[in-house]
Design a protein around this ligand. Sequence first.
Ligand code: PEP
Length: 256
Amino acid sequence: MNKNLRKAIIAGNWKMNKNRAEAKTLIEELKPLVANAGCEVVICVPFTNLETALAATEGSNIKVGAENCHFAKSGAYTGEISADMLAEMGVEYVVIGHSERRQYFGETDTTVNLRTKAALEAGLKVILCVGEMLEDRENNITEELVALQTKIALKDVTKEQLKNVIIAYEPVWAIGTGKTATAQQANEVCSLIRATIEKVYDKEAADAMTIQYGGSMNAANAEELVAQPDVDGGLIGGASLKAEDFSIIVKAATNG
Ligand code: PEP
């Protein structure tokens, strides 16, 4: 219940959307709307928009993130991007282990751990995604599964490195479906993740950990979700593509 010990973060996940011109337009619209945000504002954009986003956000309070990175420093990994490449550009955040990466690109808890460590070693802040499928929830194994995903993803991550990790609890059944977890469900699992952090690290680390909710968060439901004691902001897909909607969510986190 120590919300004041940690920073709320609202991060947009643009997924595979927006060309360069559209990216610039969206950021220019967003800048004045979030200029007075009382929370951290991040936009995670496709690799092809990173340069545009970094230039357009310069001097503003909007931070830029990528949507994935590889675990190797360099080498024969055609089509991949390393954490060092992102850091060298000036990118600050990276999403790791998004459920779409797990579902469509064969990401496992083990590769999520490797990518997390590579990103942290490169000096990036990691938005680490965990969450259960609908079937897991129906089988009543959400608690065990999310704890396991969290533990494996953070294997060999030091307490010092953990300061640069944000966890996003994203129930897979709520992503892009318009089906949001209730505020109580979201808080329950965020609280369980915090308890897992306390077990693996300690109370200080758990109290300081930013844990977001993600899954069809929008301008209408954000206020209730981010007001929950263990929910420290959100990872936002669809609603991050509209400046007005995203800024309303940022405002909700400022108040929440
Ligand atoms: C996401 O992509 O992480 C996400 C939460 O998407 P949406 O908000 O569209 O459900």
